[in-house]
Design a protein. Structure first.
Length: 209
């Protein structure tokens, strides 16, 4: 049955709108509502991603190796030049490509320290002001000495050799550290090299947390 061209409204008799035109209008309104919803969803996702990147940027650690000589004191250290704390999970130390297990062994390989048990040879040469286990937490801007050696008449030969061996041309590292968000990197601790992202730190034969 064909609908009459007019219909009764509260304010009088009005022409009836064609059903097809009304259907297209309803579809158009629904389509606009869907587009607005999709746009809002995209904006929300973008804002969430931006927030996540901002949090990651403000918690990004960057560990580097550094060495100094102040007077007769040599210092080998690792520092965090990033803006967030780092947890150093593992560290491999190599002297001219040869892996060494601990700083006592490093001094034996590079610097003529006589082999012996534990700290006995270091106690004999004297001048060791600091030796630490490098793994653990590094706050932003914090440095931890690996080895501090003061020159003495007894250890001058070892001291001179360490002064040359401590340079990056001879001493290399393979470190793995993570941020507080669980992002992890493998690095050679070079301040001009970018660390490589990894899912997690591998188990190594060197220092481990």
């Amino acid at each position: 049955m064909t609908e009459p061209p007019i219909e009764s409204q509260p304010d009088g008799v009005q022409p009836r709108a064609p059903r097809i035109r009304r259907r297209w209008l309803d579809l158009g309104i629904a389509g606009i509502a869907i587009l607005i919803s999709l746009f809002s969803l995209a904006v929300g996702f973008y804002n969430a991603q931006s927030q996540q990147r901002m949090v990651a940027a403000t918690s990004w650690p960057f560990l580097t190796y550094g060495t100094t000589q102040v007077g007769s004191r040599l210092t080998l250290q690792i520092g965090n030049q990033g803006v967030g704390p780092a947890r150093l999970k593992s560290l491999i130390v190599r002297y001219r490509g040869r892996e060494v297990h601990g700083l006592v062994e490093l001094l034996q390989v590079c610097c003529g320290l006589l082999a012996g048990a534990g700290w006995t040879p270091l106690k004999k040469i004297g001048g060791v002001a600091w030796e630490s286990r490098p793994t653990g937490l590094y706050r932003a801007g914090e440095s931890t000495p690996l080895l501090v050696l003061d020159r003495t008449p007894v250890n001058s030969g070892v001291w001179e050799k360490l002064s040359r061996a401590r340079l990056p041309a001879n001493l290399s590292f393979r470190a793995c550290y993570c941020s507080v968000l669980g992002d992890c990197w493998i690095s050679n601790l070079d301040p001009v090299s970018d660390p490589r992202p990894v899912d997690k730190c591998p188990v190594v034969s060197g220092y481990r947390e």
